[in-house]
Design a protein around this ligand. Structure first.
Ligand SMILES: [Zn+2]
Length: 357
């Protein structure tokens, strides 16, 4: 068995696990081919495999331009381009790539919430770089891939848009200085607080637990991580993004499955509420532990803010809806209906040809 032949057989393995060591490769070769392999052969094979992969990366970069062209041809209306810089020696160097396909844009506009999440990661390939992706959220609170790119300072480019950061990212930074399970729990409670008094109470508890952690958190822009500070009307609840797209196809009924579950929970919670009639569409809701909220069925709001943030009636709202002998399902925002969800996935992505055509 030569290292040349072995390197051909294991290219895909190493591509999938770029950090593979010589010893790991040798174990794989021995297990799968049942042959003895010296350490020297191992090193030689791994080097050859890496050269092949590196070479294919080079080749792929040269094909990006035509790949984008093919995407635009197959899906007219798509934005797909690659930008290059020419250096002093006249060599073209990759600068950035952006891709957003027309059927995806259409699906997003037809059925997703008015919210875009941005995420980024560093690329591990031989050229490094940073991959940024934009995702939307469909009617069932699931991620909807929207666009991918390599971009610079996002914040400077979109000053007028409300920016939210993922609390998980905030926590990753937070825990480097404030490491304790209690503080972690406190942070999430602060982030999840939906209205101002609840938020202030949670922040006060954080302060009592640790002055330093409180001060650290207080410095951050509240509009980016605290739900109590999020604008309503986006019909979007950032923190609940569980996935189960499979269930959708089997699911029958007006609402998407995850939305259905949230509403069922609210139906259970309403048992603990006492509902006082204020006018035909307004109710005062009294809850255990002295909490009190106002539900306005006309504007579809509750002072706990859950309804206007996510588009799904909260327990308080359900109590008021039942009092009016109405159905909670009918009071869910259309963005959460199965029909709206289906519109997001209706546009068809056209297949594209390979590089040899
Ligand atoms: Zn409420």
């Amino acid at each position: 068995m030569t290292s040349r032949l072995t390197s051909k057989l294991f290219v895909d393995e190493v591509r999938k696990t770029p950090s593979m060591t010589v010893h790991e490769l040798m174990t794989k070769v021995t297990e799968e081919l049942n042959v003895d392999f010296s350490l020297k052969q191992g090193y030689r094979t791994l080097r050859k495999v890496r050269d092949t992969i590196q070479g294919s990366h080079d080749k792929q970069y040269t094909m990006l331009e035509s790949f984008c062209g093919e995407l635009r041809r197959a899906n007219p209306g798509s934005t797909a381009f690659v930008e290059t810089d020419v250096d002093e020696d006249g060599v073209s160097r990759f600068r950035r790539l952006y891709m957003c396909l027309e059927p995806i844009k259409r699906g997003f506009l037809a059925g997703c919430r008015k919210w875009i999440g941005l995420d980024g990661c560093f690329l591990k390939g031989p050229y490094g770089g940073q991959l940024l992706s934009a995702v939307g959220m469909d009617g069932d609170n699931k991620m909807f891939p929207l666009a991918m790119s390599v971009v610079g300072a996002v914040r400077d480019k979109l000053p007028q848009v409300e920016h939210r950061c993922c609390v998980q990212h905030l926590y990753t930074n937070f825990k480097q200085m404030h490491r304790s399970l209690v503080l972690k729990d406190r942070l999430w409670r602060c982030a999840r607080a939906l209205y101002m008094t609840q938020f202030k109470a949670e922040m006060e508890m954080m302060k009592q637990e640790s002055n330093n952690a409180y001060a650290w958190l207080d410095e951050k822009d509240l509009n980016t991580w605290s739900m109590a500070h999020f604008k309503t009307g986006l019909d979007c609840d950032l923190l609940r993004m569980e996935k189960n797209r499979e269930t959708m196809s089997k699911h029958e009924g007006l609402l998407c499955p995850a939305i259905f579950d949230i509403l069922e929970k609210a139906k259970k919670e309403q048992c603990m509420c006492i509902c006082y009639y204020a006018d035909t569409m307004k109710y005062q809701i009294c809850c255990p532990f002295g909490d009190q909220f106002v539900v306005d069925l006309r504007s579809m709001t509750c002072t706990c803010r859950k309804w206007q943030l996510g588009g799904i009636p909260c327990g308080h709202a359900v109590a008021a809806i039942y009092r009016r002998r109405d159905k909670p399902e009918k009071n869910v925002a259309p963005i959460c209906w199965k029909t709206t969800y289906m519109k997001s996935y209706e546009p068809v992505l056209n297949p594209i040809n390979g590089p040899n055509l």
